[in-house]
Design a protein around this ligand. Structure first.
Ligand code: HEC
Ligand code: HEC
Length: 258
């Protein structure tokens, strides 16, 4: 325990010691999460080498679920999990909301050094899936533009290929898990190794659309989907229901802390 507190203090010291001009002390979330941005890059826009993931701008529910996953052992990174051990669900959710609200530019995609067939196969899996292997299109859940869907599904563009490979690999081996039903574990195991490689190659080389924010989920508002007699067809804008169920924790209700 003392070791963990020490690593927290050290991370905080590193963060504040790194700026030449000491900023006046503000007790706000940006200040309190400096220990996080030591690893996750300035304001959580990712570390320099594809190892420390971007957290800025990802959906709050997704980030909150990941913090729970690390704290409860469904994902593993000791140096970080140690920081979360003593924090309440409410505080984890506050941090998640803080990072989710940040709207920061993404790095340019990596110029792809992959054969055209590989990229074509990756694109097909991402946008159409593969019915024979029972792999739904990534876009069916991660959004048409793959920028994520509120509140629990992250975007897949603007992430380094190494990170994507590591995460899908971890799901295949059970090193990374989500709350059941763990749809991503199922999907990662259905992907043949060459398909996994193709889809991450395509995702990492695809530029982000202008609006890279996660889109709102959910049913079309009643007004946009009038039900007329004799017409059962859904309007073109209606999002398809997700092809598989995915588990996630609900955000905590304020004031019911553990
Ligand atoms: C010592 C470095 C380090 C520190 C400090 C750290 N993290 Fe992390 N964090 C990581 C690494 C590495 C990963 C990715 C691990 C993996 O591959 O699963 C990660 C993953 C995450 C994820 C999941 C990202 C995603 O897209 O799935 C979130 C959310 C996160 N960290 C938030 C935080 C917060 C909030 C703090 C501060 C309380 C923090 N981290 C402190 C290294 C760190
Ligand atoms: C049935 C819905 C669904 C489909 C289809 C789906 N995903 Fe996901 N994906 C999710 C959800 C939900 C999460 C968040 C899981 C969690 O909370 O850990 C996720 C998370 C991820 C992550 C982790 C991102 C990060 O920042 O760590 C990757 C990578 C990923 N999906 C890749 C894919 C790929 C590639 C495909 C297509 C082959 C795909 N997904 C298809 C629902 C889906």
């Amino acid at each position: 325990m003392r070791g963990l507190l020490l690593s927290f203090a050290l991370a905080l010291w590193l963060a504040t010691g790194a700026s030449a001009q000491p900023a006046p002390f503000r007790d706000d979330m940006a200040q309190r999460t400096l220990a996080c941005t030591v690893c996750h890059g300035r304001e959580g826009r990712a570390g320099p080498d594809g190892y420390y993931p971007r957290i800025a701008g990802k959906p709050a529910g997704y980030l909150y679920n990941q913090l729970l996953n690390f704290r409860e052992g469904r994902r593993h990174y000791g140096l970080m999990a140690g920081l979360l051990d003593t924090l309440s669900d409410e505080y984890l959710y506050e941090m998640a909301q803080h990072f989710a609200r940040l709207d920061l530019p993404y790095p340019a995609p990596h110029a792809a050094a992959f054969p055209a067939e590989v990229l074509q196969r990756g694109r097909e899996l991402a946008l159409q899936g593969d019915a024979e292997r029972r792999i739904p299109a990534c876009a069916a859940c991660h959004g048409k533009t793959l920028t994520g869907v509120q509140p629990n599904t992250p975007g897949l563009l603007g992430l380094p290929r190494d990170y994507l490979n590591a995460q899908l690999g971890a799901w295949r081996t059970g090193q990374r898990r989500a709350l059941p039903p763990d749809c991503m574990g199922e999907i990662a195991r259905r992907l043949a190794p060459e398909d996994l490689s193709a889809v991450t190659a395509w995702l990492a080389s695809e530029p982000l659309p202008k609006d890279a924010k996660p889109v709102a989920a959910g049913p079309v508002p009643a007004k946009a989907a009038p039900r007329r007699k004799g017409r059962t067809a859904q309007p073109a804008a209606a999002p398809e229901p997700p092809p598989m169920r995915c588990g996630s924790a609900q955000p905590p209700v304020a004031g019911t802390g553990r």
